[in-house]
Design a binder for this molecule. Structure first.
Ligand SMILES: N[C@@H](CCC(=O)N[C@@H](CS)C(=O)NCC(=O)O)C(=O)O
Ligand SMILES: [Fe+2]
Length: 426
């Protein structure tokens, strides 16, 4: 397999066969990046076979599969990470090399080492048509909301800062408070990374938003309110979730009026983040209280739909409903086709890099929980999958914090805080 040398760090190539991997190693490459989703054409080796061929040739291997029209910033950043992790020159391939070169060039532009107007000629000089990369950059320039995602690998959660680039006002969505269940240690490394970003970009926080009371991690909303003074908010039906879990935790003193947040959003409520218009959609199904925040051209759908290759969120938590989730998803799908969807988790199917962004169009064409399926089919599929899933490791830990807006339990007289775990309650 011949590769095209871009520079001392990277070359790009079309699809290699098994022998190609040994040739790459002989040519002095340290790693291979596979930018091709499995199953594009018959005879394609695929991720598992390529991973094995790379291991046999002593090459590092990363799986960063992309479809040309659906490239996201996460893909570009994962591609860059794969390059740095290889500890030597890499060869990146897709079917022809175009997508691989597109990912590289877009990373150079995002980091300011290449100008958007230089991309086309850069491609031509190497024999590739980078028109898709140019379209990607034009589209990005026209997006009113700037979205920065923070992936938290311990719980596969995605936290967001969404900003109005004009007024530099922003909202934080679904921040994570760190918790190590083995030692009982809590921490703020994730939340502090968000604060550092906000500081370095010169942003002012207007809102700290949660999409739902999370069942797998603690919310850092309360911590971040203490740091920024910004108001916290969640969907108004959080009060229903409080009632449910008040009973499970046997906490007669728990206020179930949502007073732990500064604002409770009802379906259709609107608010502003600088010049960005934001609207709340009630999106129950995963929980009784889930909401979607539609902010400019971006919708923060959290645990409704995941990326198309990951399907949808589970519906078997207390108060969950597959039918309700179906209707919530239909409402989301009625947003304009080009709306960017940002999901709240990514469980990295097939060991691919973490991704969280999609579009209505991509969901309709590529998500098997959505395309060519009716409500009954979805409910059957969802419930069958839910029956195979163990409860989240931290569900009983997390809800007692999250139904209080991310507040840890009050310290006892020795100054120490304790969690309460109900036995045989679920
Ligand atoms: N293994 C994870 C499971 C987390 C989980 O259940 N996540 C929810 C969202 S909060 C979900 O929808 N998962 C879908 C799936 O696992 O397929 C854990 O223990 O934390
Ligand atoms: Fe969730």
């Amino acid at each position: 397999m011949t590769s095209v040398r871009v520079n001392e760090l990277i070359s790009v190539a079309g699809q290699p066969d098994a022998a190609g991997f040994a040739a790459f190693a002989a040519d002095g490459f340290a790693g291979v990046i596979n930018a091709r989703p499995d199953g594009e054409e018959p005879g394609q080796p695929g991720n598992a076979a390529e991973k094995a061929s790379a291991a046999a040739a002593g090459l590092a291997y990363s799986f960063v599969p992309v479809k040309g029209a659906e490239i996201t910033e996460a893909d570009i950043r994962a591609f860059q990470l794969a390059m740095t992790q290889a500890k030597g020159p890499v060869v990146a391939h897709c079917k022809s090399g175009t997508r691989a070169l597109t990912l590289y060039a877009l990373g150079e532009v995002l980091d300011g080492r290449m100008q958007p107007k230089e991309v086309e000629a850069f491609g031509q000089n190497l024999g590739f048509d980078l028109a898709g990369a140019c379209r990607w950059l034009e589209k990005r320039a026209g997006q009113p909301a700037r979205v920065k995602a923070f992936f938290e690998p311990r719980t596969c959660s995605v936290q967001y800062v969404v900003a109005d680039p004009v007024t530099k006002r922003c909202a934080i969505i679904d921040p994570v408070l760190d918790f190590d269940e083995m030692s009982g240690a809590t921490g703020t490394a994730n939340a502090d990374a968000i604060l550092a970003h906000i500081d370095s970009e010169g942003l002012t926080v207007e809102w700290i938003l949660d999409t739902h009371p999370h069942a797998d991690h603690f919310s850092a909303a309360h911590y971040l309110k203490g740091k920024t003074g910004a108001p916290t908010a969640i969907g108004a039906h959080v009060t229903d979730v409080q009632v449910l879990w008040k009973e499970i935790y046997n906490w007669p003193a728990l206020e179930t009026d949502g007073s732990q947040w500064d604002r409770l959003f009802a379906d259709g409520d609107t608010f502003e983040i600088g010049g960005l218009k934001a609207r709340v959609m009630f999106s129950p199904g995963h929980t009784l209280a889930s909401v979607t925040y539609v902010i400019g051209d971006a919708a923060f759908v959290h645990d409704t739909v995941f990326t198309p290759d990951s399907g949808t969120a589970r519906t078997d938590f207390p108060g969950g409903s597959a039918s309700a989730l179906w209707h919530s998803i239909q409402a989301i799908l009625s947003l304009p086709e080009e709306t960017r969807l940002f999901s709240g988790h990514d469980y990295q199917p097939g060991g691919r890099h973490p991704r969280w962004e999609s579009t209505i169009a991509a969901q309709k064409s590529g998500n098997p929980h959505i395309s060519a399926i009716d409500e009954a089919g979805f409910v059957a599929l969802r419930q069958a999958r839910d029956r195979t899933l163990p409860k989240p490791k931290l569900m009983l830990h997390a809800l007692q914090v999250n139904i209080r807006g991310g507040r840890l339990p009050e310290p006892e007289e020795n100054g120490r805080r304790y969690l309460k775990i109900p036995l045989d309650a679920l």
